[in-house]
Design a protein around this ligand. Structure first.
Ligand code: SER
Length: 323
């Protein structure tokens, strides 16, 4: 656990994950201890201090780490899978150079703990599809997955070579009502709620049977904090932990939403993202996370759907059926 004056830097703080993680960190560690950085910063944050940062710029990162005497880093900045396919070189640069800068400065400045997110995208067409294990053939085909797999190896290397305490989770698709994702293949699972509530129709960019592992954001945030607070001797995986809650297809989530919005109509118009989805697992075996630091999800597809519908309807000022 961080002591009361441990300064924590969140990089990529205004993204989908950062926007939800920062309020939780503020709650746990106190506003004065949380510093946020982003390439597109704004003042809409609970953190004590906001910095503009392009994580590829090592000098800029070093200045921020020194200025605030940072002890822990959550490095969340990255291009996701779909954006990565549009800009492969940029994805490589941001995802790899950014991580390398964080790890290098982590060693140089004696950073006590680092969190870095990996993804189900590290798996590929030859990985087992169902209950994909922690260790198996990993042959990612997206540039995003390639950067995440290489990143995992780097994290492990920095741990064993330099003793850096870097911890990581392979997130499934993340679904939350506060912040919009940007450029991911699993983003449909969030868009579908907004469009079902506002327009009663949604054209999904994946096929109706594209099954993917998913998780509700509050569970993902809790997993992140629990991993970071776990005793160091419990952490046996220094690449990245498999993590899962549930899995569903676009057709299945549409059926769930129809319980609240009976005239909701979901159509399917798969684009290039379908190919990315097809290369990923259908479901994940996360028994090592459960064993090592007690991971246990709270939400199911149906409890998540109930809460998403309620929260988004409130935000959009709409009335939907109660079940
Ligand atoms: N949710 C991410 C994406 O779709 C995967 O980590 O790109």
């Amino acid at each position: 656990m961080a002591s009361t004056d441990t300064k924590i830097l969140v990089i990529g703080a205004f993204g989908q994950l950062g926007s939800e993680l920062v309020p939780e960190l503020v709650k746990i560690y106190g506003r004065q201890n949380i510093i946020v950085a982003d390439i597109y910063p704004n003042n809409n944050t609970l953190a004590a201090s906001v910095e503009e940062l392009d994580v590829v710029n090592k000098k800029q990162l070093e200045e921020i780490l020194r200025k605030h005497s940072i002890a822990q880093i959550y490095h969340l900045a990255a291009l996701l899978s779909a954006s990565g396919e549009q800009h492969p070189q940029l994805a490589w640069e941001v995802n790899m150079q950014g991580l390398l800068n964080v790890l290098d400065l982590g060693v140089q400045l004696g950073i006590e703990k680092i969190f870095w997110p990996s993804s189900i995208a590290v798996f590929g067409p030859n990985s087992p599809k169902v209950k994909t294990p922690q260790l198996c053939i990993m042959d990612p085909t997206s540039i995003y997955g390639i950067t995440k797999l290489a990143g995992e190896r780097l994290c492990e290397y920095y741990h064993y070579r330099y003793g850096l305490d870097v911890r990581s989770l392979r997130y499934p698709g993340l679904i939350g009502y506060n912040a919009m994702p940007g450029g991911g293949t699993t983003d449909y699972a969030l868009h579908i709620f907004y469009e079902a509530i506002s327009k009663k129709s949604y054209a999904c960019f994946l096929k109706e049977d594209a099954r993917l592992p998913m998780m509700y954001m509050p569970d993902a945030i809790r997993a992140t904090i629990e991993l970071m607070q776990a005793p160091v001797e419990n952490i046996t995986v220094r690449t990245s932990y498999n993590l899962s809650a549930f899995d569903f297809t676009p057709a299945e989530i549409a059926t769930e939403i129809k319980k609240y919005i009976p005239d909701f109509k979901c159509t399917f118009a798969p684009d290039f993202r379908q190919k990315i989805a097809e290369s990923w697992p259908n479901s994940i075996d996360d028994s090592i996370a459960r064993r090592d630091w007690g991971w246990q999800e709270k939400y199911t597809l149906s409890t998540m759907t109930a809460e998403m519908i309620q929260k988004i309807s409130e935000k959009e000022n709409m009335v939907v059926k109660q079940i």
